[in-house]
Design a protein around this ligand. Sequence first.
Ligand code: HEM
Ligand code: HEM
Length: 225
Amino acid sequence: MKQKILVWDIPTRLFHWLLVLSFAGAFLTAESERYRDVHVLLGYTFGGLIAFRLLWGFIGTRYARFSSFRFGWSDIRAYLASLLTRRPRHYLGHNPAGSLAIYLLLGLGVLTAITGYATYNDYGGWLEELHEGVANAMLAVVVVHIAGVIVSSLMHGENLVRSMINGRKQGEPQEGIRFGHAWLGALLLAAVLGFWVAYPQARDLAATGVASASAHTERGHNHRD
Ligand code: HEM
Ligand code: HEM
C-alpha cells in the first residue's frame, strides 16, 4: 500500500535551498562594487555546495545518486510525450527531463564558480565576460527548471516543492530510503556558517598584512632617500 516515504535525505534538501540562496544572493550583488565581497563570499559558498553535491552524487542515498537518474534522450522524449497522455510516467526520484536540467545546472554551476574565481584573481579580462555569460546561461536554465517543477507537480498531482522541503513522496514502503543523515546536514550547515564567519576575517587579516607590509617598504624607501 502506498504511503508517505522518505526520498530526499537532509543533506540533499539543505544543499538545494542553500544553493538557491547563494545563487540568488550572488546574482543580486554581482553588479555592484560595493557588494563585491558579499558576491565573492556567496560565490565561494555556491562553489563549495556544488562540490559537495558532486561527491554526494556518488556516495549518497539511493535517489541522490547520479546512477539513479542517468537517462538517455529516448527516456526524456518518452517522459515528455507521456506528459501529454492521461497517465504520465511517474518517477519517485528525479524524472528524465528534470535530470537533464539538474546536470546542466551542476555543470554550469562548476563553470560559474571557476570563471568567477579566475576573474577575481585577475587571470584575464575576457574571463569576466565569460563568467557573466555562464551565470546568465545558468539563470535561463533555472527559469526552465522552475517551470518544469511546476508543470510536473500539476501533471502528477504531487507537490514537488514540498517534497524538496520535507523529503517525502507517496510510494511503496520498501522504496523509501532508510536514513535522513541529519548529522551530515548539520555538518554541511556548520561548514557554510563557519565559512561565512571565518572568510571575511581571514580576508581582512590578509588585507591588513599587505597594507602594513607595503607601509613598511614605503618607510624603508623613505629612510634610504
Ligand atoms: C567563486 C565564486 C565567484 C567569484 C570569486 C566571483 C567573482 C566575481 C567578480 C570579481 C566579478 C566582477 C567582475 C568585474 O566587474 O570586475 C563577478 C561578476 C559577476 N558574477 Fe561572480 N563570482 C563568483 C560566483 C558567481 C555566481 C555563483 C554567480 C551567479 C549567480 C555570479 C554571477 C556574476 C555576474 C552576473 C557578474 C557580472 C556582473 C557585472 O555585470 O558586472 N558569480 N564575479
Ligand atoms: C537558483 C535557483 C535553483 C537552482 C540552482 C536549483 C537547482 C536544483 C538542483 C541542482 C536540483 C537537484 C537536487 C538534487 O538532487 O540535489 C534541484 C531539484 C529541485 N528543485 Fe531546484 N533549483 C533552483 C531553484 C528552485 C526553486 C525556486 C524551486 C521551487 C519552486 C525549486 C524546486 C526544486 C524541486 C522541487 C526539485 C526536485 C525536483 C524533482 O522532484 O525531481 N528549485 N534544483
